[in-house]
Design a protein around this ligand. Structure first.
Ligand code: F6P
Length: 553
């Protein structure tokens, strides 16, 4: 059965049973009582997955809820939908495209990962995944897989070449959304693995202040510009790329011997795009491509990962892919009851639809993960921020949770007040890394102590007759624990988040791989920009009309 045609989640028996369960026994669920009644709650409500251990025990979950959520997943056909994604079906139905970001990180046959990981009990999804890679009959098969490996190898060879070239001291990635967020977040997160001493800059905003601030740090002859855009039409990126090109032409040393040896723009600009023609028309001859089945927010594994590969090198980039592939295998093979992306995706549904919680706070207790919340905002909200199902029919229930956050301990001194004593309940997700790599004594214990203390305080609360000092407690949180922040563990963590988003979207019946909601604003901005030039304000709504008049004063 096609995903679009299956029974809507709110019409399944499990949805009704979850509602009844919520009304009858969970509405007043207190996680403190649950711990008092079950000495093994931590063990029962935690889950190990590749590189990530999740403590779910401080959530408003009991065994019945867990079982009913698994029933819901089954009745919504999550496994079939997952298998369809891993079989290369057009799960992005509104654009008639597959979603095969997982193929980008599938290690080539013979990789040690396959020897170690793929043992008995592989289910249809993983078999399908291997079949795609090895068989061309599906049309998305071997040829795609070969192309992926070839593009990966040439992108990584180019990265190594740039790493070894002392002339390039500065690398500037010009891109936005998925062509910025992933590489920006990962290079920051893996800074401890960056050994070349090259400076990486990211320019995304069309606000010229951002590009100008970077340009003034650069020497043209020492800079490589990466123009990163799947479509090569995105307003911000193309505007910034043109300005960078003009700056480069104006600042490139005119001495003829340098210009000849250095080959100007051909050597200093590279494009990562599916639209090679447009990149060439712009004047860029070195391009690395990817495919329409890679969504922007799922693209860091593709050529879009070039800044990452320049920063951390080939082996580390391959480890990032391998970590993600391990999570793919877990998602495909672990039973739903012990499947971490499934459990987290279902928890999101449970909180959004049954408890009515509207947001989720992500608090990484590792400053290198500073960009994780911003990255997850695009992943989660661009994927599932839709009020219609895959058929385009309006859904009568809420979807997408708002995702926000900042690293701890900084957040403790800003918004944690509202988490502890505010009128809304916001589930918090602590991302905690056991090992530190900075070598400064006495910091890590304090950092870890604060992470644990915050989740403890949210849960336990504190009774005080003075209302100002009373903490209600019973505030849910999840802790994701990594032994170390390495390329492999980060790859696994990101893939975990991707699949969790897929699971929630899948329950809701959403196409998580399109993003029509970004189009209207883009079209109106083009119209308004023209009006700035012509001065034509006719037909505008009164507010926009008034604001344009003010701006023209
Ligand atoms: O904001 C919409 C969007 O299409 C994102 O999905 C995408 O990641 C971003 O713009 C950038 O697109 P492109 O890589 O084509 O420049």
């Amino acid at each position: 059965m096609k995903f679009e045609d299956r029974t809507r989640c709110d019409r399944t028996p499990a949805w009704a049973a979850l509602h009844a369960h919520y009304q009858n026994s969970v509405k007043d669920f207190d996680v403190r009582d649950a711990f008092a009644q079950d000495a093994t709650r931590f063990e029962n409500f935690s889950q190990a997955a590749p590189h990530v251990f999740a403590d779910l025990s401080k959530n408003r979950l009991d065994a019945t809820t867990q079982n009913l959520l698994i029933d819901l997943a089954k009745q919504c056909g999550i496994e079939a939908h997952r298998d369809a994604m891993f079989a290369g079906s057009a799960v992005n139905n509104t654009e008639n495209r597959a979603a095969m970001h997982w193929l980008l990180r599938r290690p080539s046959a013979g990789h040690k990962f396959f020897e170690n990981q793929l043992v008995a009990g592989i289910n249809t999804a993983y078999v399908a995944m291997n079949n795609i890679a090895n068989n061309d009959a599906t049309g998305v098969g071997k040829s795609n897989s070969d192309e992926v490996q070839q593009t990966l190898s040439s992108m990584l060879a180019f990265a190594e070449h740039i790493r070894a070239d002392a002339q390039f001291t500065d690398i500037v990635n010009i891109g936005i959304g998925g062509s910025d967020n992933g590489p920006r977040m990962v290079t920051q997160a893996l800074d401890a693995f960056a050994t070349t001493g090259k400076r990486l800059h990211f320019v995304s905003n069309v606000d010229g202040a951002e590009l100008a601030a970077v340009l003034k740090q650069l020497k043209a002859e020492n800079t490589l510009f990466i123009v990163s855009s799947k479509s090569f039409t995105t307003l911000e990126t193309i505007t910034n790329a043109h300005s960078a090109k003009a700056w480069f032409a104006a600042n490139y040393p005119k001495k003829s011997e340098l210009s000849v040896a250095d080959k100007g723009i051909a050597r200093h600009f590279v494009a990562l795009t599916s639209n090679v023609k447009a990149a060439q028309a712009f004047g860029i001859s070195t391009t690395f491509g990817f495919w329409d089945w890679v969504g922007g927010r799922y693209s860091l594994w593709s050529a879009i990962g070039l800044p990452i590969a320049i920063a951390i090198g080939e082996q580390n980039f391959r480890d990032l892919l391998a970590g993600a592939a391990q999570m793919d295998a877990h998602f495909c093979t672990a039973p739903l009851t012990h499947n971490l992306p499934v459990r987290l995706g279902l928890l999101d549904v449970w909180y959004r639809n049954f408890h009515g919680f509207t947001s989720r706070c992500v608090a990484p207790y590792h400053s290198a993960l500073k960009r994780l919340p911003a990255y997850l905002q695009q992943l989660d909200m661009e994927s599932n921020g839709k009020r219609v199902d895959a058929k385009g029919e309006v859904l009568p229930f809420a979807t997408a949770t708002l995702v926000w956050g900042e690293p701890g301990t900084d957040g403790q001194h800003t918004f944690f007040q509202v988490l502890h004593q505010g009128s809304d309940t916001v589930p918090v997700e602590f991302v905690v890394v056991k090992r530190e790599r900075h070598g400064l004594a006495g910091h890590q214990e304090k950092l870890l102590a604060n992470a644990l203390a915050q989740s403890q305080a949210l849960m336990l609360g504190k009774t005080d007759p003075n209302g100002h000092k009373h903490f209600p407690g019973n505030r849910p949180s999840t802790t994701l624990l990594l032994d170390d922040l390495t390329p492999a563990s980060l790859g696994a963590l990101i893939a975990l988040y991707e699949h969790r988003t897929f699971v929630a979207g899948s329950v809701w019946g959403i196409n998580s791989f399109d993003q029509w909601g970004v189009e209207l604003g883009k079209a109106l901005a083009t119209d308004i920009e023209k009006r700035f030039q012509t001065g034509d304000l006719s037909g505008l709504d009164a507010s926009t009309h008034g604001l344009m008049r003010k701006l023209a004063e």
